[in-house]
Design a protein around this ligand. Structure first.
Ligand code: FMN
Length: 121
């Protein structure tokens, strides 16, 4: 898109992660190895506001071009934010999604340029 390699992410307003993403021009998207499946579920069910889940999951934060990522990831996309827009409930093209999935806490969609890809050999 826009002549660039891009990735899309979506974040609900209540996510602690969103505060960091909004406060920075860049972010990383990390793919953990299969052996981290349990930790992945844990990270997706507990907020970093409530506990130090990164340490508890045994993950190590390192940086590439000042962008934080997990050393344990086997693939990392280092990204620059290009666009951010909250979903607009008027834009659903089918019935049911809004009622089923939202209580006025619409995801913000971010389109990010993939500036660097790190792959662990
Ligand atoms: C497999 C999986 C995928 C998830 N994907 C998203 C997502 O794309 N956007 C989002 O806002 N929350 C997503 N979640 C929920 C958050 O990861 C979860 O609410 C987490 O506790 C938020 O932590 P935080 O408050 O530290 O950001 C996902 C959870 C799981 C288990």
């Amino acid at each position: 898109m826009w002549g660039k390699d891009v990735a899309f992410i979506v974040l609900r307003p209540q996510r602690y992660t969103k505060e960091f993403v909004d406060a920075s021009d860049s972010l990383s998207i990390c793919v953990l190895p299969e052996s981290f499946r349990k930790e992945y579920s844990y990270l997706g069910s507990v907020s970093g506001r409530d506990e130090d889940k990164i340490a508890k999951a045994g993950l190590t934060v390192v940086h590439a071009d000042e962008v934080p990522y997990f050393e344990e990831a086997n693939t990392v996309l280092i990204c620059r934010k290009l666009y951010a827009q909250p979903y607009d409930p008027k834009c659903f093209t089918v019935d049911g999604i809004d009622e089923k999935w939202y209580e006025n806490d619409y995801h913000t969609m971010y389109i990010c340029e993939v500036e660097k890809v790190l792959i662990k050999k």
